[in-house]
Design a protein around this ligand. Sequence first.
Ligand SMILES: Cc1cc2nc3c(=O)[nH]c(=O)nc-3n(C[C@H](O)[C@H](O)[C@H](O)COP(=O)(O)OP(=O)(O)OC[C@H]3O[C@@H](n4cnc5c(N)ncnc54)[C@H](O)[C@@H]3O)c2cc1C
Length: 398
Amino acid sequence: MVNAVHQQYDAIVLGGGLVGASCALALSKAGYAVALLESHYKPADSSAGTDETTWDSRIYAITPSNQAWLDRLGVWQKLNPERICDIARMQVCGDAQDSQLVFNADDAHIRSLGAIVESGELQQSLWHELLDSDVTLVTETEAVARIAGKQSTQLTMSDGAVLEAALVVGADGANSWLRAQAGIPLSTHDYGQMGVVANFETTLPHHHTAWQWFKRDDGILAWLPMPGNRMSMVWSAPDRIARGLLELNADALSEKVAEAGGYILGDLRNITAARAFPLVQRTAQHLVKPGMVLVGDAAHTVHPLAGQGVNLGFRDVQALLDVLMQGKKRQHIGDYRLLRAYERARKTDIVAMQTLTRGLAELFGMEHSMMKKLRNWGLGFTDRQHMLKKFLMHQAIR
Ligand SMILES: Cc1cc2nc3c(=O)[nH]c(=O)nc-3n(C[C@H](O)[C@H](O)[C@H](O)COP(=O)(O)OP(=O)(O)OC[C@H]3O[C@@H](n4cnc5c(N)ncnc54)[C@H](O)[C@@H]3O)c2cc1C
C-alpha cells in the first residue's frame, strides 16, 4: 500500500498476525507513528466463515483478561456475537477411569473461563480496526535487509523503499525473519506430535463445556465448544496417529473422534477438513536488542494443551506497552534499558507456561504404572481442593 522511498516512524511492526496486528494498533492508540508490514495481507479473504455454513478450523480460547484488552482496543466488541462461544465449564480427564478435574466458572464467581473465537473472525476484526486507524499498512513488499544504528533501525524492502524507526517489533511468527536476522539464538523442543484441528456438528448440546482427555498412547484430545451444536477439536497426537487421522474421510474421522471422546456429545458430523500443525516448543534466548523486540510466536511457542499461545502473545504486547508508557517522558522508544524491562517483565509468564505445558505433556506420556497412578491421583486430589481450584482458575483466566 505504501510506495514511499524513505519513510520514518516511531515503530515498525513486522508481521500482521493476531499479535502483530494488535501490537500495531496498541502502539498507534498510544500516540506512536507506526508502520505495519505484512507479507500475506488479505483483508477480504477470510478463511473464517462470513456465512453460517462456513467455519474456520483454527480457533482460539481467549482469556477474559485478553478479551477485555481487545475490547479496549476496539476489536472484541466488533466481533459477531453469534460466532463467539463462552466456556462455562472445563473437564479434564486422566487416563484412569474416574480420574478427572472439573472447573466451573460459577464456583470462582466469574462469568466464563474464556471464549472460543475463530482465528479468521478475530483477524478480520483487527484488520478493520487497523484500516480505521493511523497505522500505515505496508503490504506488497517484504523486508530484505536490516541496518541497526544507534538511534534507529533501517529496513530495506524488496521494492527498494527504506523504512526507518526507533523500534522494530518482530511479530513475524515462529520462523521469524527478524529474529534470525538479528542473530538471536533459539532453543527448540520437538514434541514429535502434530496438532490436528477440525470442526464437528454434534447431536447432543455441549452446555458450554470444554473437554480435555490425556491419553497416554494417543496424545491429548481437546473438544472446545462452538456456537450451536458444534465443537472444535484440537488433537495433539503423535506423528503416526496424526497422519492416520488426516487420511480418514469425513465420516470415518467423525466416528473416530466421537469414539475417542466416549460419545459424550453423541454422534459427530465433520464440517471442516482436518488440518495439522507440527508441535514444537521454541524459546528465543533474548527478547530484545537495542531498537528491537520480539513478541508472540517470534519470541516463544508452546504446546497447545493449555490454549495459551496467542494469549501469551497478547500479554507480551500489553507488557511492552506498559514499559513504553512508563518510560515515555524520559527515554526514547528504542532505548535498550527500557526494552530490557519488557524482557524481565515477560520472563516468568513465558517460562511458567512452557514448563507447565511441557511438563504435563511429558507426564501423561510416561508408561510407568507408578507414574500413571500418581498423575491420576494428582487430578483427583486437585479436584477436591476448592481453594487450589479457585487459584488455578484465576491463573488460567489472566
Ligand atoms: C494446533 C494449534 C492450536 C492452537 N490453539 C491455540 C489456542 O486455543 N489458544 C491460543 O492462545 N493459541 C493457540 N495456538 C497458538 C497460536 O496459534 C499462536 O500462538 C498464534 O497464532 C501466534 O500469533 P503470531 O501473530 O505471533 O504469529 P503468526 O500467526 O504466525 O503471524 C505471523 C505473521 O507474520 C507474517 N510474516 C512472517 N514473516 C514476515 C515477513 N518477513 N515480513 C512481513 N510479514 C511476515 C505472516 O504472514 C503472519 O501473518 C495454537 C497453535 C497450534 C499449532
